[in-house]
Each structure stands twice: as C-alpha cells, then as structure tokens.
Design a protein around this ligand. Structure first.
Ligand SMILES: NC(=O)c1ccc[n+]([C@@H]2O[C@H](COP(=O)([O-])OP(=O)(O)OC[C@H]3O[C@@H](n4cnc5c(N)ncnc54)[C@H](O)[C@@H]3O)[C@@H](O)[C@H]2O)c1
Length: 269
C-alpha cells in the first residue's frame, strides 16, 4: 500500500504520520509548509494544493490519498478567498489528479461544520442534508460533493470523514459530544484507508462519546472501534471548561454558528 497524505505538517497529519509510521510501503507526505524531514518509508514534497500539475506528479504509484490539507478553521478575514482556493480549488485538484493517476481511494477530511446548522435535538447520520455553518462548512460540503461525484462517475472509492473536534482532550461542553481523541482519529483514518471495497461512505470523526450527537454506524462498517470517551473528562470540563456561546448552543456546529451574525441575530428558524 502506497499512501499520499496532504496537510501532512498539520495537527492531524503529524499525529497520523507518527502513529502509522512503517505500516505502509510508502507514506508520501505533502504540505505547503515544510514538515519534519522524511524518514525511512516516507518522502516529503512541498506543494500548493492549488497547483494541479504538482498534485498530478505526486500521485504516481499511489493507492490511497488521505486529504487533510487546506484551511482548517474559519478565517476571520478574507474568509471566502482563502477557503475557495485552499479548500475548494485544492480539493478539486486532489480528486482530479487522483482520477488521472487511477488512484483507487481518497479519504477526505470533511467536517461536522458541513452540517453545523442542524439542531442538536436531531441526531444526524451520514445521510444528513448539508447545512453549513460557515464558508469553511460550505467548502466541506463541496468537498463531499466532489467525493460523491468522483465515486459515482469515475468509480473511485471515497470516504468523507465529518470530523468533530480533534484535541488531546475535550475543552467545553459541546466537545463532550463531538470530541475525537488522537488515537481514535488515526484509527479511523487507518480503517478508511484499509477497509475492503467500498463505494462512498460518510462517517463522523468522533470517539465513543456517551453524549454523541451523531449516529456513527457507517464508521463501524469501516471497522472503526473507538477506544476513548469524552465522558471521562466530563466533570473537569463542566466545572472548569470554556463556556459555550449562548446563541450557538442549539446547533451542532457550536460557536461557528455564532459568527458574523447580522443585525437580526441567528437567521434560522
Ligand atoms: N482539527 C480538527 O478538529 C478538525 C475538525 C474538523 C475537520 N478537520 C479537517 O481535518 C483536516 C486536518 O485538520 P488539522 O487540524 O490537521 O489542520 P491543520 O491546519 O493543522 O493542517 C492543515 C494543513 O494544510 C496545509 N495547507 C493549507 N493550505 C494549503 C495549500 N494551499 N496547499 C497545501 N497545503 C496547505 C497547512 O499548511 C497545514 O499544515 C483539515 O482539512 C480540517 O479542515 C479538522
């Protein structure tokens, strides 16, 4: 198995690289910034996701792409331009370059912010309709749509991971529902790379949280068996954790829903 990982110098990329070291014949790493120098079984290629030709070059001989690269938060300024180039153009380039090189599978790091404006009263599964809470969320909806297109039209095997909150430990009350621990995150990525034949799957990136917002049975189909539970931190989080924005409390996306409110507040029924 030869794997290409974009966004390799980022938080999830570094953790994945460390935990999966030596597992595959090749782990090709790429990012727009420098990462740790390549070790045995790795190579590191610095490139911009918006450069389709560069993406194409690094697909040679690759079996699976783990696409983590891009703008990973809602930026406060120039939000549309940054999200458009890194996340929308960049994700198109990854899928298109993979198709041209006959790569069998792409694992796309989506986000629960693709469905962030759904209300917490509703448990969501992978079939939840898009309800983005930010331009960032729109870019993840677009990435999922690209994944679905490349699966349906070109027969590519695609997994979209709607990641919750990847942190060493949960920090606020909402995290008790959406947290994913570093070891569970890497295990979910490993399962997504290695699961036998699949067409298109949407799974949520969360640990085995008692207060889960999401029905994650499709992740179990991939073979994912999370080990951690945010509930272990509940007492600490609820007594000392960061308070949630009041207006954002009803929604899956939390504080992303509370940004850039117009004069009328939350424009949602
Ligand atoms: N960390 C989380 O809690 C979380 C939650 C939901 C979704 N995600 C998604 O998972 C992925 C990884 O998250 P992360 O926390 O490791 O993010 P991160 O910001 O730490 O890493 C993203 C990496 O992408 C690289 N990058 C940005 N623009 C690029 C470009 N134009 N060309 C090439 N590389 C570029 C950055 O240099 C960075 O190293 C992201 O796509 C993010 O949206 C993360």
């Amino acid at each position: 198995m030869r794997v290409l990982m974009t966004g390799a110098a980022g938080q999830i990329g570094r953790e994945t690289r460390a935990q999966l070291k030596g597992r595959y014949e090749l782990m090709r790493l790429t990012d727009i910034i420098d990462g740790e120098p390549a070790k045995a079984g790795e190579d590191f290629i610095r490139a911009d996701l918006t450069d389709l030709a560069a993406m194409e070059r690094m697909m040679a001989g690759i079996d699976c792409v783990v696409h983590l690269g891009g703008m990973s938060v809602e930026p406060k300024e120039n939000q549309w331009e940054q999200v458009l180039s890194a996340n929308i153009v960049g994700t198109h380039n990854v899928f298109e370059a993979a198709r041209r090189a006959n790569v069998g599978r792409v694992v796309f790091a989506s986000s629960h912010h693709a469905v962030g404006y759904h209300r917490r009263a509703h448990v969501l599964d992978g079939s939840a309709l898009p309800r983005p809470d930010s331009f960032y969320g729109v870019s993840k909806v677009t990435g999922e749509a690209l994944g679905r297109l490349y699966a349906d039209k070109f027969g590519m095997s695609v997994v979209s991971l709607r990641i919750g909150a990847f942190r060493p430990k949960p920090l606020d009350a909402r995290h008790l529902s959406v947290w994913i621990s570093p070891r569970d995150m890497v295990e979910l990525i490993r399962c997504s790379i290695e699961a036998p034949k699949l067409h298109y799957v949407v799974a949520y990136g969360m640990s085995a949280n008692t207060r889960a917002f999401w029905d994650n049975r499709d992740a179990y189909v991939l073979g994912y068996r999370p080990q951690d539970n945010a509930e272990d931190y509940a007492e600490e989080v609820l007594t000392k954790g960061e308070p949630e924005l009041e207006g954002a409390k009803p929604f899956h996306g939390g504080w992303y829903c509370g940004w850039y409110l117009g004069p009328h507040g939350l424009m949602i029924d």
